[in-house]
Design a binder for this molecule. Structure first.
Ligand code: UD1
Ligand code: MG
Length: 470
């Protein structure tokens, strides 16, 4: 049976009190509408139509060709929103999943179970429901004596008795596509909000004697519909727990899940240990057997196997196998480290390729550079890559030694196996296996320290005498 999906994403989300359109607010680093479209992709929905209105361009720019789009110019309600997909889907035969763009937690498994029930029962509509202790704000499910769903009542249209119902509409449904669009044509807006409700389709189909099923969620948190920032935080919390659990079940040790924040698309290999205070973001991929944290903030970076990162910030970095980073290191975009590299404390690397076995152990800056294998940067050695106008390149050959407190003033090349003496400010290229020294020659004056102390003491005495005379 052909599966299609319609995502409702045209609302402004007034209750968010935000300049950002509601469905673009992020949950675990990914816009809510992105989570919903991912769920439809995971059940192989052959067509995915997103209803856009407020912020249409922004939503389209974000989703790109992951979906087709129908514009709802005026937001006249969720039923009216679904109707906008008629031009695209009206002729189709199959099952159409309708899902709100603000319910990011609805999972692949749940959609699959709902569709299975829908098919088994030969239903015209099946809605995803949940039992909530506090159903406030959600549409309530009214069932008949036999337990079939007979209609849905919105909070604002509820009678006192209906308000006590704890089974709610999650805003996710599957429909026989033809019956959906036929019933939609009959939906009216005679309700408290004067909107065309998708939920009225349920009552219409039930009234026609069609089978309408309710699939009740085991895990009510999946039903969270984000209308305000309080619900946004609840969704974040629930999603975070789900993500952490997925990684743990796949063989990742998370010492303290409560203080570990892993965004939705991050990949982590097995036997990696994640210590508290760690934030893993964006398109980050971490290999097997790594130790991450405590206090690592890693975004859009690729870490190979057996990497260690402690108390450090990584953005857009590539880290080779066996390499260790930190404590207190900062890898910025374009940092590309080979295997078994050692990056120590207070080291910053930006747009620089470092070969295998390089050591940059303390207090260094390497920017816009190509560093060969087995190079040692002493404490405080830096590349001087910026003259106030241009960024310039530093190149260092394999096995070179850069002493402590060396300034490599770019553009400059240090040859293979060259030796740069500590404290040098290097402005000219150094050939392979040469030694470079570029600093003032030291002068020692024998016994002069004693003389100097005498001089200072005499001066001090003179000053004290003057003060007494005044
Ligand atoms: C809706 C349901 C309610 C359910 C709840 C679950 C209706 C009438 N009510 O209420 O039964 O319990 O979701 O979270 O359907 N949208 C449009 N165009 C519109 C109006 C809304 O695209 O004209 C979109 C919104 O962007 C949003 C979604 O539809 O993503 C739901 O709209 P919202 O206003 O949040 O409905 P709820 O009041 O939450
Ligand atoms: Mg809502």
């Amino acid at each position: 049976m052909k599966i299609m999906g319609i995502v409702l994403a045209a609302g402004q989300g007034k209750r968010m009190k935000s300049k950002l359109y509601k469905v673009l607010h992020k949950v675990c680093g990914k816009p809510m509408v992105g989570h919903v479209v991912s769920a439809l992709e995971s059940i192989d929905a052959a067509r995915r139509v997103v209803i856009v209105g407020h912020g249409a361009d922004a939503v389209k720019a974000y989703l790109g060709d992951r979906a087709e789009y129908a514009l709802q110019e005026q937001q006249l309600g969720t039923g009216h929103a679904v109707l906008q997909a008629r031009e695209l889907l009206g002729e189709e035969e199959g099952i159409t999943v309708v899902i709100c763009g603000d319910t990011p937690l609805v999972s692949e498994e749940t959609l699959q179970s709902m569709i299975r029930l829908h098919q088994e029962k030969g239903a015209a509509a099946t809605m995803l429901t949940a039992l909530l202790d506090n159903p406030h704000g959600y549409g309530r499910i009214v069932r008949d004596e036999r337990g079939f769903v007979s209609r849905v009542v919105e909070e604002k249209d509820c009678s006192e008795n209906e308000r006590l119902i704890k089974e709610i509409n999650t805003g996710t449904y599957c429909f026989d596509n033809q019956k959906l669009f036929a019933a939609l044509a009959e939906v009216k807006n005679d309700n408290a909000q004067q909107e065309y409700y998708i939920t009225d389709v349920i009552g219409i189909l039930a009234g026609q004697g069609e089978i309408v099923e309710g699939f009740c969620l085991q895990e009510a948190t999946e039903s969270i519909g984000v209308n305000d920032r309080v619900a946004l935080a609840q969704a974040e919390q629930a999603m975070k727990q789900r993500i952490n659990r997925r990684h743990m079940l796949a063989g990742v040790t998370i010492i303290d899940p409560a203080s570990t924040y892993i965004e939705a698309d991050v990949v982590i290999g097995s036997d990696t240990i994640v210590y508290p205070g760690t934030v893993l973001r964006g398109a980050t991929v971490i290999g097997e057997g790594c130790t991450i944290g405590p206090n690592a903030d890693i975004a859009d970076s690729k870490l190979a196997d057996n990497v260690a990162v402690k108390h450090s910030v990584l953005q857009g970095a590539i880290v080779g196998p066996g390499t260790s980073v930190g404590p207190f290191a900062y890898l910025r975009p374009g940092a590309d480290l080979g295997a078994n590299v050692k990056i120590g404390d207070f080291v910053e690397i930006k747009n620089a390729r470092l070969g295998d076995d390089v050591k940059v152990s303390h207090l260094s800056y390497i920017g816009d550079a190509v560093i060969g294998r087995n190079v040692n940067f002493g404490c405080g050695a830096i590349t001087v890559n910026y003259d106030g106008f241009n960024k310039q390149l530093t190149e260092v050959g394999d096995d070179a030694f850069i002493g402590s407190n060396v300034n490599l003033i770019a553009p400059v090349k240090i040859g293979q196996g060259a030796y740069v003496v500590a404290g040098s400010t290097i402005t000219h290229n150094v050939e392979a296996n040469d030694m470079a020294i570029a600093r003032e020659r030291q002068v020692n004056k024998p016994g002069y320290a004693e003389k100097l102390r005498g001089k200072f003491a005499a001066k001090k005495q003179q000053r004290e005498q003057q003060r007494e005379q005044q």
